[in-house]
Write a protein that binds this ligand. Structure first.
Ligand code: 26M
Length: 822
């Protein structure tokens, strides 16, 4: 027999079997003879969750006793990926679990494959939030993640005739064993209505916001366990629910239909993730989502604070709030409202607390991606918040005018309100004024923020500006995704690298060891075979594991320039057509990624990749030397298959456009060499791995700017380059579109006449570097050496390092070890 502690916390094979069978009976309500693989997955998930729960209870009681300072990470997206495998890895119980399942006649890998991943994010920004949760727990930093429990996450992508088709992501369809519903933790969020101002009997000026609708936010908690430590933190996601009192009002007057419509409208708020990774159209539902989760999070923080203290004057000492981009920036106005209207605090004190509470991370330099909400729309949905924003702005501009008398242009540049055209609130400006810290996500990006995008704010408050270069978690993206490579590394240098990624440096001498290089190649070969099998299954295309795996996986965007990659493929293809005996290094070009459903050009680029693939893959002159495959439905799970198998990582954005990139890190950490521009974190990766182990090409930010200023004429580049003119011609003459000369016209004309992302300007530099890549791959010993050195020198790009930077430079929060429990 086992004690309760063992049943819920033990990790021996025996106790795991017992807990698993208990859960199968009492949680999943199945007896073994009728249980499906999904039931087995659920029973195992509950078994694992209990183990993290013990860690969380211990952590939470320690945080409570010591009333420590906590981080609140506010993000509209958390792109977690599958939990089960990751939790087994972090708890260090994968092999015991595999054994326990085996003894019950079950295959752990089949159970792992059952999980529907929570796709509650679009891409980089959401995945970064998930990596940071892993590092926060692993470093034992008291933290809560706050976000939205979308019923439908990022759409599933299918391909039909080479076109992207979107399918609803029904991730909750069969239940979610990882979350705990907290119906007792519910807050009310108002929308619309009006603001009434009055003077009370004591002569105090009082403001009352009377919303015309209320929505309830209910908490759902997911535990995030650290790697190799007894610490777990919470990810608290809010689900929208109709407020009952409101239903009753309508019910009572007999308007059942109206009551139901109201209920549906309220619950729509957390229905679906917006699949854009840019602030495109200012849709009211999106603003409702942002305000909804931000308000719930702030109300929850105040609730927690008031458990221990009776007045809110030191809120900023108990919590610091990191804003993941401007999506939660309305929180600045909401905290002011809660402190002033609900807790009767004077403006000056409320402002002091607010400004010391928030810190803001910017993730984009693209001017069109900066969030702006029309004053009219914001005033209709959140009249009190608009009033507060205007008052923040009045005081802010008063300070600006005092400091820069007569400089009205500066005042209008710094204003929270954009006055040109229709008036709009600049959310980045609100975040800057309302925060004690502003940071970019790579050195170049932070410099461009200081010198360009937020220059006037830097003049005003230079001490607020920081850089924290992004990082990714080695637990998910090395240990879990690439067990073969991880075992080889651990065999060589011990397992300290998993918590301290800088220890990978110890691999450096082994780059010169021929036997180790051979083992490295055996691992790479094996993971390439695994991926080749997956590619065959998902696309029907057979690829040769011996060829160079050339990988570009990320969201589709013109600035990321997947079409530059395509131009290189076409250049190789025509080289073969000219001379079928030409000596070309066999390559497999692998693409994956989703396009925003409304982004026509991105969708056309996906279609073109598939069309080129069809022609190239089927051409007997090519004879298998070039393969082009589009792996559908890129998500965290599929990424974990792809990253380990890449030889070459394509990081080819226009310089100055990619804030950081994080896929670049995942690929290089798994031994891919990078071909990349001097953009985002590529620059720092190149500095760390050494320029001799990195294929750099293309214009610098400065060169892009001067070409732009001088007047860029892409058409002349086409005329002057025979290779390029033929490619452009073939793209329009139906070669890749079964004779259709219209299909790719929008893409070709955009490049010929506008080329806003300088694809053609970087083309020859890119092709030249790619020639070096092909040559380098012929010398497997040298290539392997470079691959090892890439991994050995990537320690800096662990999200543990990023979180330590945030803790030290911005949050001023320390680690804390849980006390023994009971
Ligand atoms: C905004 C408003 C309305 C609807 C959607 C949005 C929105 C959603 C996601 C806007 C941007 C979103 O994500 C942007 C993003 O992923 N940026 C990437 O962030 C990474 C982490 O810092 C960086 O590495 C990438 O360079 C950057 O592109």
């Amino acid at each position: 027999t086992f004690t309760s502690n063992e049943i819920h916390g033990g990790t021996s094979t025996e106790v795991l079997k017992r807990s698993f069978l208990d859960n199968l009976s009492y949680r999943q309500a199945k007896f073994p003879a009728v249980a499906t693989t999904y039931d087995h997955y659920m029973a195992l998930a509950y078994t694992v969750r209990d183990r993290i729960m013990q860690h969380w209870l211990q952590s939470a009681s320690t945080y409570y006793e010591q009333s420590v300072r906590s981080l609140c990470y506010l993000s509209a997206e958390f792109l977690l990926g599958p939990h089960l495998g990751n939790n087994l890895v972090n708890l260090g119980m994968e092999s015991e679990t595999r054994q326990a399942m085996l003894e019950l006649g079950l295959d752990l890998d089949r159970l792992l494959a059952e999980e529907e991943e929570p796709g509650l994010g679009n891409g980089g920004l959401g995945r970064l939030a998930a990596c940071y949760l892993d590092s926060l727990a692993s470093l034992q930093i008291p933290a809560i993640g706050y976000g939205i429990r979308y019923e439908f996450g990022i759409f599933d992508q299918e391909l039909k005739d080479g076109w992207q088709v979107e399918r609803t992501d029904k991730w909750l369809r069969y239940g979610n064993p990882w979350e705990v519903a907290r119906p007792e933790i519910t807050f009310t969020v108002g929308f619309g209505g009006s603001v009434r101002e009055q003077v009370d009997s004591a002569g105090n000026y009082q403001v009352e916001w009377v919303p015309d609708r209320h929505v309830m936010g209910m908490a759902y908690d997911t535990l995030i366990g650290g790697y190799g430590v007894p610490t777990a933190n919470l990810l608290r996601l809010w689900q929208a629910q109709a407020s009952e009192s409101f239903d009753f009002q309508l019910f009572n007057v007999g308007d059942y239909q109206g009551a139901v419509l109201e209920k549906i409208a309220s619950e729509n708020i957390s229905k679906v993730l917006y699949p854009n990774d840019e602030a495109l159209q200012g849709k009211v539902l999106r603003l409702q989502q942002q305000y909804f989760f931000t308000s719930c999070a702030l109300q929850d923080m105040i609730r927690i604070y008031l458990q221990r203290s009776s007045q809110l004057g030191n809120l900023h000492e108990k919590f610091t709030v990191q804003l993941n981009d401007t999506h939660p920036a309305i929180g600045v106005a909401e905290l002011m409202r809660l402190l002033i209207d609900q807790h009767a605090m004077p403006w000056e004190l409320a402002w002091e607390i607010t400004r010391r509470t928030f810190a803001y991370t910017n993730h984009t330099l693209l001017p069109e991606a900066l969030e702006r909400w029309s004053v009219e729309l914001l005033g209709r949905l959140l009249p009190r918040h608009l009033q507060i924003i205007l008052e923040i702005n009045r005081r802010h501009l008063e300070g600006v005018r005092k400091r820069y008398p007569g400089d009205e242009e500066r005042a209008s540049r710094l204003s929270l309100i954009e006055e040109q055209g229709s008036r709009a609130v600049r959310m980045a400006h609100l975040a800057c004024v309302g925060s004690y810290s502003i940071n970019g996500v790579a050195e170049l990006h932070s410099r461009l923020l200081r010198d360009e995008v937020l220059r006037d704010f830097h003049d005003l408050t230079p001490e607020k500006f920081h850089n924290v270069t992004n990082g990714v978690t080695p637990r998910r993206f090395m240990l879990l995704a690439n067990p073969r490579l991880s075992a080889l590394i651990t065999h060589a240098i011990g397992d300290g690298w998993i918590r301290d990624l800088d220890q990978l440096h110890r691999l450096e001498p082994l780059a010169d060891d021929a036997a180790f290089r051979a083992e490295w190649r055996v691992v790479k070969r094996a993971v390439k075979e695994d991926l080749a099998e997956k590619v065959q299954q998902r696309t029907g295309i057979s690829v040769d594991p011996e060829s160079l795996f050339d990988v570009q996986v990320k969201r589709f965007h013109e600035y990321k320039r997947q079409h530059l990659n395509l131009l290189h493929i076409l250049s190789l293809y025509f080289q073969i057509k000219d001379n079928p005996a030409a000596d070309v290094t066999p390559r497999t070009f692998l693409f994956a990624g989703k396009a925003a459903p409304g982004y026509q050009m991105a969708k056309l680029i996906i279609k073109l990749i598939n069309s080129v693939g069809e022609v190239v893959n089927g051409d007997s002159d090519v004879n298998g030397r070039l393969r082009v495959a589009f792996f559908p439905d890129f998500n965290v799970k599929n990424g974990q298959w792809i990253y380990p198998a890449a030889d070459l990582s394509e990081q080819i954005s226009t310089a100055g456009k990619e804030a950081s990139g994080t896929g670049n890190m995942k690929l290089s950490m798994n031994g891919a060499l990078t071909i990349g521009t001097l953009d985002g974190a590529n620059i720092e990766i190149r500095d760390h791995v050494g320029p001799e182990n990195f294929f750099c090409f293309g214009m610098t930010v400065e060169e892009v700017a001067s070409l732009q200023a001088a007047g860029y004429d892409p058409g002349s580049l086409v005329r002057d380059n025979a290779d390029l003119s033929r490619i452009m011609h073939r793209l329009s003459d139906g070669t890749f579109s079964r004779g259709d000369t219209e299909l790719f016209r929008p893409l070709v004309e955009n490049l010929q006449y506008h080329d806003p992302f300088f694809v053609l300007a970087d083309f020859s530099s890119y092709v030249e570097r790619q020639r070096e890549v092909s040559a380098a791959f012929q010398d497997r010993e040298v290539w392997t050496q470079k691959s090892i050195l890439n991994v050995a020198r990537m320690g800096h790009f662990s999200s543990d390092r990023s979180i330590r930077d945030y803790c030290r430079e911005i949050w001023q929060i320390d680690a804390i070890q849980p006390n023994g429990f009971n």
